[in-house]
Design a protein around this ligand. Structure first.
Ligand code: ADP
Length: 588
């Protein structure tokens, strides 16, 4: 559009500047020529008139005016009219004088009557045509005007001659114009092409396409412009690549940060908001460009915190709880945002999800309380019996022995508890440790050994334990730990089953996962208890667990063992029907 405009603007200007002076010049030339041409005719007419006038003056007596007029018309080709002083036409070479009106009012006749030699270019009412007239007075010897001689030429012929000249001039102007315009067109196209190429290049560069550079024009000045634009493009290209790289790194950093980040300017327009912040605060808006904090984050505590941070010089901190399906605890750290020149431009807040930390904290507190509680019961009981013995019961040998048995049983329980706690502590240490010894072993012998270890207890309750395992099945395991895990499950299965029930211990591989299971027909576990089943000291029926000699740590130990072996544990259970505990390990 622009290039068409500029081209036609310059072209029109050139056209106007060339053709208008040419036309003016042509008109001037034509008019000068026409005037000279008419002047020549007038001269000739006047000389004809003079000839006739002199003829009449020399031969005044007995002249036949009509004959004279016709004779001179023939010689000169001009119409000859002779008028007397009253204006009456005495003779006319082209018209019958008797039918002609009085000519006293004709301007050339009026002039001639006054003694002047005159010429006029005007319309003839007699011949109804444009005519060129010349008139002269005929004077007698006394110097008085007696007649007026007038000659006239039809201007049609003159005009005809002039038309030829005019047409030649017009033709000449058209040819010169066409030539000029063609040359201008070619010249302009050649001059403007490199300019348009520079324009194309600049447009490409503005669109961010830097690969195609501007071809250097021949003209020195234009080449300098093209060179400058080309080097500017190269520089921009390099800078953009750097900016893009930096942007990508920045994006990658922001994306992989586990902290949420929101930055706003002083009008609380969002400057930056990473994916983690979106996930943490459940922000559904895709693009935050041009949006304010209020539009994007609808949590009033967070909005208030941003206000607090922006009004304080020092960094601020707070904790909030986001209520959702599962409550989440967030720690917010806010500071003013500074630009490179250390000018405060807004507020930056970092969000840390501390739900797990809070949970661990509460688990630790619970653990200390639980351990103290678990230890306190046997210690109090032991203390009570020892005090009773010291206060005299030691003398009563039969009771004393029974008391000592109870003390021993509680010491065993303490021992068991300490063993389990130590096992758990060790497992927790090992879970981050890659060096735990693992070897590929057949599973069936391990199952057989665990069943054998539990034979006395199962025998006692008349529980039948069967093993269902292909001898080829093997897995990469730590033998001791796996035996302990299966042992704990089998121990529970016996403990929490009625007499004369059945237990099946087995292993099978499915979808690249090795499943080692312990299935019983015991009391089962209600669904609401399943989520917390693997927590330390979690027991459904505390009394029954204690009675069975449980510490409440068996399943917690199983879970940790499976963590250490990069496996997992699952449970399915129905109250009154039984349970299946499943240890899952990757197939070798
Ligand atoms: P405990 O020492 O009390 O057995 P565990 O951690 O081994 O501790 O088990 C936790 C609780 O899970 C037990 O107290 C019991 O209520 C329940 N439980 C474990 N195994 C079974 C099972 N096979 N059948 C029914 N309940 C079970």
């Amino acid at each position: 559009m622009f290039r068409k405009n500029i081209f036609w603007k310059i072209f029109s200007l050139f056209t106007i500047l060339t053709i208008i002076p040419l036309i003016i010049f042509a008109i001037y030339i034509y008019n000068s020529f026409k005037n000279t041409y008419f002047d020549n005719y007038i001269e000739v007419l006047i000389s004809y008139t003079r000839l006739i006038k002199e003829k009449i003056e020399s031969d005044s007596a007995g002249l036949n005016y009509t004959g004279l007029a016709s004779e001179y018309d023939k010689i000169t080709g001009a119409r000859v009219t002779i008028v007397d002083t009253s204006g009456k036409v005495l003779a006319d070479s082209r018209h019958d004088p008797s039918t002609m009106e009085n000519h006293a009012n004709r301007p050339e006749v009026i002039d001639a009557m006054k003694g002047k030699t005159t010429s006029w270019h005007r319309y003839s009412f007699t011949l109804t045509d444009d005519m060129l007239y010349a008139a002269m007075p005929v004077v007698n010897n006394e110097g008085n005007t007696i007649l007026v001689v007038r000659t006239a030429l039809n201007t049609k012929n003159i005009e005809g001659n002039l038309a030829g000249v005019r047409n030649s001039i017009i033709g000449f102007i058209i040819i010169i114009s066409l030539l000029t315009l063609t040359v201008t067109f070619i010249f302009l196209t050649r001059i403007l092409r490199p300019l348009f190429e520079i324009q194309d290049g600049a447009e490409r560069f503005s669109r961010g396409v830097f690969a195609q550079k501007i071809f250097p024009p021949k003209d020195n000045t234009l080449r300098k412009i093209a060179d400058s634009l080309n080097s500017m493009a190269s520089l921009l290209d390099e800078k953009l690549v750097i900016i893009e790289k930096q942007g990508n790194i920045q994006q990658a950093v922001l994306r992989s940060m586990k902290e949420g980040i929101i930055a706003v300017d002083y009008n609380e327009n969002i400057l930056l908001l990473n994916q983690t912040a979106k996930d943490m605060l459940a922000i559904g808006i895709e693009s935050f460009q041009g949006k304010t904090l209020q539009e994007v984050v609808r949590i009033s505590e967070i909005q208030k915190f941003f206000k607090r941070v922006s009004s304080e010089v020092n960094p601020q901190e707070t904790e909030i709880i986001l209520q959702a399906e599962t409550d989440r605890s967030l720690q917010l750290t806010g500071t003013q945002l500074y630009d490179i020149e250390n000018k405060a431009i807004g507020t930056l807040v970092v969000f840390n999800d501390i739900t797990n930390l809070k949970y661990l904290d509460s688990v630790k507190k619970d653990l200390v309380a639980n351990v103290s509680h678990e230890l306190k019961t046997p210690v109090t009981t032991i203390k009570g019996f020892i005090e009773t013995l010291r206060d005299g019961a030691i003398e009563d040998r039969k009771n004393a022995e029974r008391f000592l048995d109870i003390v021993l049983k509680h010491i065993d329980r303490l021992n068991l508890l300490i063993d389990d706690l130590l096992t758990l502590a060790k497992l927790e240490q090992d879970s981050g440790n890659e060096e735990i010894e693992m070897e590929t072993l057949a599973i069936k012998p391990i199952l057989e050994s665990v069943v054998e270890d539990n034979e006395i207890k199962s025998h006692h309750k008349k529980i039948d334990i069967s093993i269902n395992c292909d001898p080829d099945i093997s897995a990469k395991v730590n033998k001791h730990l796996l035996e302990q895990a299966i042992g704990n499950l089998l121990d529970n299965a016996i403990k929490y089953s009625d007499k004369k029930t059945r237990i099946e211990v087995g292993a099978y591989a499915k979808d690249n996962v090795l499943n080692i299971y312990v299935e019983d027909e015991g009391y089962g576990i209600a669904e609401e208890n399943l989520p917390r089943l693997f927590e330390r000291f979690y027991r459904i029926d505390k009394a029954r667990s204690r009675e069975e000699g449980g510490t409440g740590l068996g399943l917690a130990i199983v879970k940790h063992i499976m963590n250490v072996m990069k496996g997992s544990v699952e449970v399915e259970s129905k109250v009154g029907k039984g349970s299946i505990f499943n240890l899952k390990l990757p197939v070798v």
